[in-house]
Design a protein around this ligand. Structure first.
Ligand code: IPD
Ligand code: CA
Ligand code: CA
Length: 257
C-alpha cells in the first residue's frame, strides 16, 4: 500500500507544481484567510479517483469534501494541498499528505514536500524515511536549546484556546519558534531532526494523520497538552523528540490566562 501512497502523492505533487505561480482561482472557505484554489480541488480529485479505482471498498475522508463513507475497515485521510496560503502567495512550502487507517489505527502515511521533491513515508512498526534515508528525531534535552515550530488555525483572530499566550511563552523559553504554514511539513521536519518540538490547536484529521505516524516512527512522542494519547480528531497536539515534552507542558501549565 505504501507504494500506492507514494505514487499518487507524486502525481498530485506534479499537478500542484505545474500550477504554482500560475493564474489561480482563489475562493474563501470559512473566512477571508481560509483559502481554496482550483489546484486544491484538482489534486483532491486526482487522489480520490485513484483510491476509488484501486480500492473501491475503502472509505475516504478528504479536506475539500470529495470523500466517501463505505462500510470498510480502511479509511484514507487526504489533504490534497497542505499549505494553501503559502501556495497562493508564491511561498514554496506546501505538501500533499495522505494517511491510511485500518480499524482507526494509522498504518501508513506519506507527505510529499513538493518543491523539495522529498517523499516522507512511514509504515506502522517499520520506521520513517525521507526518500530512502531513515529518520530520527533529535536528542536535544533542554528546551532553551530547542528550535520549535507551530501554526495557527484560521480562527486565530479569536485567539482560540489561548494560542497567542502559548506562542509568547514558548518563544521566551526556547531558541526560537518558526511558523512555516504547512502542518504536514512541520511534522516531517520534526521527524527529520530539524525541529525539536511542534504544537498546534485546531488541526484537522487530514493535517494530522500521515504526519503523526511519521513522527512516531522517527522516535517522536505525540500527545495532547496534558501528555495524553491522541487520535487524528484531537484539537490539541504536541509532538517532540520525547526529551523536551514535559518541559513544554510545564511552560504551558504555568500560563495564567
Ligand atoms: C493549514 C496548514 C497550516 C496550519 C493550518 C492548516 P491547509 O492547512 O497546515 O500550517 O497552521 O491550521 O489548516 O489549509 O493549508 O491545508
Ligand atoms: Ca492542511
Ligand atoms: Ca489543504
Amino acid at each position: 500500500m505504501i507504494n500506492d501512497l507514494i505514487e499518487i502523492s507524486k502525481q498530485a505533487g506534479k499537478l500542484i507544481k505545474e500550477g504554482f505561480g500560475k493564474n489561480l482561482q482563489v475562493n474563501y472557505k470559512t473566512n477571508e484567510i481560509n483559502l481554496v484554489t482550483q489546484i486544491d480541488k484538482a489534486s483532491e480529485k486526482l487522489i480520490i479517483d485513484f483510491i476509488k479505482n484501486k480500492f473501491p471498498s475503502h472509505s475516504i475522508l478528504a479536506e475539500e469534501g470529495g470523500g466517501v463513507k463505505n462500510d470498510s475497515e480502511y479509511l484514507w485521510v487526504v489533504d490534497p494541498l497542505d499549505g494553501t496560503t503559502n501556495f497562493t502567495h508564491g511561498l514554496p512550502i506546501f505538501a500533499v499528505s495522505i494517511g491510511v487507517q485500518k480499524n482507526n489505527e494509522t498504518i501508513a502515511g506519506v507527505v510529499f514536500d513538493v518543491m523539495r521533491d522529498v517523499i516522507y513515508s512511514a509504515e506502522l512498526g517499520s520506521g520513517a524515511f525521507a526518500n530512502s534515508s531513515k529518520l530520527n528525531v533529535t536528542d536535544t534535552g533542554k528546551l532553551n536549546h530547542s528550535l520549535l515550530v507551530t501554526g495557527f488555525p484560521y480562527n486565530i483572530a479569536e485567539n482560540p484556546d489561548h494560542a497567542f499566550e502559548r506562542f509568547i511563552a514558548l518563544t521566551k523559553k526556547s531558541r526560537g519558534v518558526r511558523r512555516l504554514g504547512s502542518a504536514a511539513i512541520d511534522f516531517c521536519y520534526l521527524a527529520s531532526g530539524v525541529f525539536d518540538g511542534f504544537w498546534e490547536v485546531n488541526l484537522q484529521p487530514w493535517d494530522i494523520c500521515a504526519g503523526k505516524l511519521i513522527v512516531e516512527e522517527a522516535g517522536g512522542l505525540v500527545t495532547d497538552f496534558e501528555c495524553k494519547q491522541i487520535d487524528i480528531y484531537s484539537k490539541k497536539i504536541l509532538c517532540t523528540n520525547n526529551k523536551i515534552h514535559n518541559q513544554i507542558i510545564d511552560v504551558m501549565n504555568e500560563l495564567s490566562y
